[in-house]
Design a protein around this ligand. Structure first.
Ligand code: PMP
Length: 345
């Protein structure tokens, strides 16, 4: 740390991203990416868009916006360089002094709170790792909830979400839907009913574009304008032309998207059943990962064992009994199952 660093940042602990090893070195199930590549048409669109990189990109992402609003039947959207950037914009736009989010959730929420000098209330989960909606009523501070939550994978249903939205008329409620496409429910349908709702999403998981960095927020136009105010005061050209083009094709190719999501959900269900049969305790995931606890070993032991078999999963020191395993292809999941069966011998 230099003597010149802004003193307000002196104690800041940054987010630690999951490991990104050399391609092919591991079966990579540690950062909840899609195991499927972008479609050939999306790759072709990227090559075409690359030819325009001498120019700045469209700061309002018009073609992508039109495709998105038409497909999702929403009036307005704003895009970011990953949903991490959208969340950062939301902090600046809506989190003046205080924010509340689940104690076990996406680690970046605390980092943003520290970065933007916002006091964070971390609300405990129930003993079953669930979010209790009543603990979010009348907070009088901005609320952020990942739904499905990470790393648990557990989702609130529509009624539960509505109860939180209705009991927080005076503050914004941000629903982070990074994994919602694997759950079959999106709070997008509630935007017209609740003027305090911001739904954040990403193309990183269900749309196979983690490396392209594309996230978004949908909400009523007033709230989107608030986020746009921040974006345009920070980096109007935040989503590059290649990413915009790939995003638009991803939406246009609904069949490819649905096929990829369908395969992942089917593998998830089979894997949860396998884990159950093998004595693991697994939370009921609606995401593209499972959070699971081996019967007679720690999460760290399982993590290390799988690592020795060239399978990379995620282990969190704060929840040492569990590991989080991203759902991969059928072939990858067969390899995980085989390794787990061998481990028990
Ligand atoms: N929200 C949650 C809950 C996440 O798990 C992630 C991915 N780590 C993100 C947001 C950010 O995703 P991205 O910036 O790739 O859109």
């Amino acid at each position: 740390m230099s003597v010149f660093l802004n003193r307000q940042l002196a104690g800041l602990i940054p987010y630690t991203p999951g490991e990104q090893p050399k391609r092919g070195e591991f079966i990579k199930l540690n950062t909840n990416e899609s195991p499927y590549p972008p479609s050939p048409r999306a790759v072709a669109a990227a090559a075409e868009a690359a030819k325009t990189l001498n120019l700045y990109c469209d700061p309002s992402a018009k073609a992508l916006t039109a495709e998105f609003c038409n497909y999702y039947n929403v009036d307005d959207v704003i895009f970011g360089n990953g949903s991490d950037e959208i969340l950062a914009f939301c902090y600046l736009a809506f989190c003046e002094k205080e924010v509340a989010f689940p104690k076990i959730s996406y680690g970046f929420y605390q980092v943003f709170s520290d970065l933007y000098n916002v006091v964070a209330e971390q609300i405990p989960l129930t003993e079953n790792f669930e979010i209790d909606p009543a603990t979010y009523f009348n907070k009088k501070k901005t609320i952020i909830i990942a739904n499905p939550n990470a790393p648990t994978g557990i989702a609130l249903n529509k009624d539960q979400l509505e109860s939180i939205l209705a009991a927080n008329e005076q503050n914004v409620v941000i629903i982070d839907e990074a994994y919602a496409d694997f759950s079959g429910f999106s709070a997008r349908s509630l935007i017209e009913k609740y003027n305090n709702l911001v739904v954040v999403g990403t193309f990183s998981k269900s749309r196979n574009l983690a490396g392209a960095r594309l996230g978004f927020a949908v909400a009523n136009t007033e709230l989107i304008n608030d986020i746009a105010l921040v974006k345009n005061s920070y980096n109007p050209y935040n989503v590059n032309a290649v990413t915009q083009a790939m995003g638009a094709v991803s939406i246009a190719e609904a069949a490819y998207f649905e096929e990829c999501v369908g395969k992942i959900v089917a593998e998830r269900e089979k894997f949860i059943e396998f884990l159950e049969q093998n004595g693991f305790y697994t939370l009921p995931s609606k995401a593209n990962f499972v959070f699971t606890k081996p019967a007679a070993a720690s999460g760290e032991e399982l993590y290390e064992y799988l690592r020795s078999k060239k399978i990379l999963v995620r282990y969190f020191k704060a929840i040492p009994d569990f590991v989080r395993i991203t759902i991969g292809t059928a072939i990858e999941m067969d390899a995980v199952k085989e390794a787990i069966i061998d481990w028990r011998k």
